[in-house]
Design a binder for this molecule. Structure first.
Ligand SMILES: Nc1ncnc2c1ncn2[C@@H]1O[C@H](COP(=O)(O)OP(=O)(O)OP(=O)(O)O)[C@@H](O)[C@H]1O
Length: 427
């Protein structure tokens, strides 16, 4: 996507529009089917129906989007691969993610990476029913880079192409906005269901379903966000759409520290939140989506700040031990460790922290019609911080791990995949 999106012409943008017009309805349709097949009658909950209708509406808008009529020489140009097509660099898969031939690596929903390795040496990946279908499906489809690439140099693009690209981008903006409250609305649906059957925690199958659903959402929004950015943002030497080819880790983490401390100080009405020490090379940079990384770090820092404040008390500002953030670049990964002395988590609660809607924050749940979008999180209380952050980390081949020392504190490791890998972890 970085190669494709550098200095795009109206022709390349048209090619991208056509790719999305084919790809997005497929992804949306799968989600609609899944929303209909939720376990335990969850599909009947009003909020789940609401989300399903959004997906349906977006699907219809995309398939009804008026096609563009192009003169034959332009059509021909769009179908011809560029001369340097074969020189596209090979992607280097991260050895910690084992791919299974043509398949997408299965998203492991149990918390470990076992499925990646289970499928090793087994091209038909027998792990999941979904995969079986997905494989057949993907094999019939043309590889992404071939659909995405076109020899578009030296052509004068007729003005209707610019107009088409503009209209399609507008339509995507409407769709993206419509789906902003999806996470909170699905969460509300789960709450409705929990209330209706008086369940305390969500079942494992619902947890797996949510992981898959939200991971797919990250993928859809990444594609849409990238397209909108390519069409609307001014060129920047370090950016291709929403991908920053030189994401500076120090800057991103530093900003997340400032933001999370600010939220913490506001929430507890205190003058100074717990100090945060950052140990990170200032020039450490790699290609990433900065928005994803700041979201992850911000969520984890809020957890650490809250743990420290609640352990020592909001009026004990002088006693707060510092939270340490250490960033190291390895061969395969960039790892960020966030260590706090907030008292840790009891061992019995560890399996729960990765489940959606598990929170020990009281009185801030989604009881009312909660309309915030994803990136406007309160201090805590939603129970989505850890599981969603892990999905963001995994989307680009990274991971998130947490180790707690009950009675002392918590260490969280964010692994960011430094090497490129070619496929999304979608089942
Ligand atoms: N660093 C930490 N120290 C102690 N407990 C923690 C820490 N991180 C997470 N927890 C526990 O795990 C629970 C779940 O965390 P998670 O981030 O998923 O949700 P939350 O912080 O409660 O709400 P939000 O969705 O707003 O982030 C927290 O409520 C807290 O009890």
């Amino acid at each position: 996507m970085v190669l494709f999106g550098q200095n795009p012409s109206q022709g390349t943008l048209l090619k991208a529009s056509q790719f999305l017009l084919e790809e997005l309805p497929i992804r949306l349709a799968h989600r609609i089917k899944e929303l209909d097949q939720l376990p335990h009658n969850l599909s009947d909950m009003p909020s789940i129906q609401k989300v399903k209708n959004w997906y349906g509406q977006s699907f219809e808008e995309l398939i009804a989007f008026p096609p563009i009529r192009l003169p034959p020489h332009i059509r021909q140009a769009l179908m011809t691969p560029p001369p340097d097509y074969h020189q596209l660099p090979e992607s280097i898969p991260n050895p910690s993610l084992v791919y299974t031939g043509d398949d997408y690596p299965a998203l492991d929903l149990t918390g470990s990476l076992s499925k990646y390795t289970n499928g090793f040496n087994n091209n038909n990946n027998s792990n999941s029913n979904n995969n079986g279908n997905a494989n057949t499906h993907h094999k019939m489809r043309i590889p992404m880079e071939r659909r995405y690439y076109a020899n578009t140099s030296g052509i004068t693009w007729p003005p209707e192409i610019r107009d088409y690209n503009r209209r399609f981008t507008k339509s995507l903006e409407t769709i993206k906005k419509r789906h902003d409250p999806t996470v909170t609305t699905v969460a509300q649906g789960v709450l409705e269901w929990k209330r209706s059957c008086k369940a305390r925690n969500i079942n494992l199958d619902v947890q797996h379903w949510l992981d898959r659903f939200y991971m797919s959402r990250i993928g859809i929004r990444f594609l849409i966000g990238q397209h909108i950015a390519l069409n609307t943002l001014q060129p920047h030497p370090d950016y291709v759409g929403i991908i920053c080819t030189r994401s500076n880790v120090h800057e991103i983490v530093h900003e997340a520290i400032e933001n999370s401390r600010f939220v913490c100080e506001e929430h507890y009405a205190m003058f100074k939140g717990p100090p945060v020490q950052l140990i990170c090379p200032r020039d450490l940079a790699f290609p990433y989506v900065p928005g994803h990384l700041s979201h992850i770090v911000f969520e984890l820092l809020k957890n650490s700040l809250r743990a420290v404040v609640e352990r020592f008390g909001p009026d004990k500002e002088d006693m707060f031990p510092p939270i340490k953030v250490i960033v190291v670049e390895g061969k395969e990964d960039i790892t960020i460790k966030i260590s706090d002395e907030g008292g840790g988590i009891p061992r019995s609660a560890i399996p729960l922290i990765w489940t959606y809607m598990y929170t020990t924050m009281e009185g801030q749940s989604l009881e009312q019609d909660f309309q915030a979008s994803d990136f406007k999180a309160p201090m805590a209380g939603f129970g989505y911080g850890l599981p969603l952050s892990r999905l963001y980390a995994r989307y680009f081949g990274g991971d998130l791990r947490l180790i707690s020392m009950d009675g002392f504190g918590t260490d969280v490791y964010i692994h960011l995949n430094k090497l490129s890998s070619s496929r999304e972890p979608l089942p």
